[in-house]
Design a binder for this molecule. Structure first.
Ligand SMILES: [Zn+2]
Ligand SMILES: [Zn+2]
Length: 335
């Protein structure tokens, strides 16, 4: 899994529109006849000037949200998001006498159906759909969870609307936490496989690492292999530390062992063959001798020979960087 950083510029650009969109959906536009409506005051703001209130939302639910709450729901970090969700749910039940199910139903209508499925993934309010815009702003090139598929952003210039864009997984599952469906730090760019396999898997911040929280995410677990026979080796994942299993628990919850299974007989076997099959440690020869006396950095040698990035912060730029980097390092360390 890849650490995504704070992404402050992306957050600010996203929040500027998301906050207004949510404000208007909850309160309606601020007009002379709707003095309790929402407006950021910017005459160029699209949602504040064009969007409309979301109908069929319980008034008690609307009343939960102040301007500050709306902003926090979009911008808060994961730990705070869960607190906001739980406290609004408690307030809703106390104020309306309704149930958790009612709270979720209102949140689903607003944030998931109108918000994520509509505004974020389908509507082109100004310029481009938000899934494309956010993916461009985040500028990550492979799946956050598996690093085995590219997630490029390209659109067909013919204007047919079709293109390539990562899926956005909800780290806190959208079925359990529909209120967090358009919260910035809950939207994780991922490949279709990971998004589907993770589905509604219940992740929590006590037992699992989060790509917007844990900067050391990539070094908490390692790819390794289990030799069955000369020609049959299996990719396995293990903890980097004896004392903390959070990294391994996280990649297990994301089903990375299953997702990587098919690569045992391919990329893993290729690397093992380079180490053992051809000549004495051909892996080492490749890395040390390929470029002769040319001044080529270690990072560049790994990129040119194995097609991977060695530095953790660049792992996202090439598929298999973490997997191949770990395996190569293990093979090179074997005497
Ligand atoms: Zn606005
Ligand atoms: Zn993936």
């Amino acid at each position: 899994m890849i650490y995504l950083g704070d992404q402050i510029d992306a957050l600010n650009a996203y929040s500027k529109e998301a906050v207004c969109w949510l404000g208007v959906k909850l309160k309606g536009r601020l007009t002379t006849s709707n003095s309790h409506g929402y407006s950021c005051g910017d005459s160029a703001c699209y949602p504040c000037n064009h969007s409309n209130i979301r109908s069929k939302i319980n008034q008690g639910f609307r009343d939960l949200f102040t301007d500050a709450t709306i902003k926090e729901l979009i911008e808060a970090k994961p730990h705070r998001l869960i607190e906001i969700n739980n406290s609004l749910q408690t307030k809703f039940i106390a104020a309306t006498g309704r149930t958790v199910k009612d709270f979720k139903a209102n949140a689903k209508k607003l944030c998931l159906i109108s918000g994520f499925t509509g505004w974020f993934s389908k509507d082109e309010t100004v310029g481009e759909k938000w899934n494309y815009r956010l993916a461009r702003l985040l500028d990550k090139h492979t799946c956050t969870y598996c690093n085995r598929e590219y997630v490029f952003v390209y659109r067909n210039p013919s204007g047919s609307g079709k293109g390539m864009v990562p899926q956005f997984d909800h780290w806190f599952a959208k079925t359990d936490y529909p209120l967090l469906a358009i919260s910035f730090y809950n939207l994780i760019p991922s490949c279709a496989t990971c998004n589907t396999i993770k589905s509604s898997t219940d992740l929590n911040l006590t037992d699992h690492l989060h790509p917007y929280v844990d900067s050391n995410i990539s070094s908490t677990y390692e790819f390794s292999y289990l030799p069955i026979t000369n020609i049959d080796n299996r990719i396995i994942l293990k903890n980097s530390s004896l004392f903390n299993s959070k990294g391994l628990d996280t990649v297990n919850a994301l089903n990375l062992p299953l997702i990587y299974k098919g690569h045992s007989g391919k990329e893993l076997q290729d690397l093992i063959d380079l180490r053992y099959k051809y000549s004495d440690n051909y892996l080492n020869i490749l890395l040390e001798d390929t470029f002769g006396d040319l001044q080529i950095s270690k990072e560049e040698r790994y990129r040119l020979i194995f097609g991977i990035e060695l530095d953790e912060e660049n792992h996202h730029k090439r598929i298999f960087s973490k997997f191949k980097g770990d395996i190569i390092s293990e093979l090179l360390s074997i005497k």
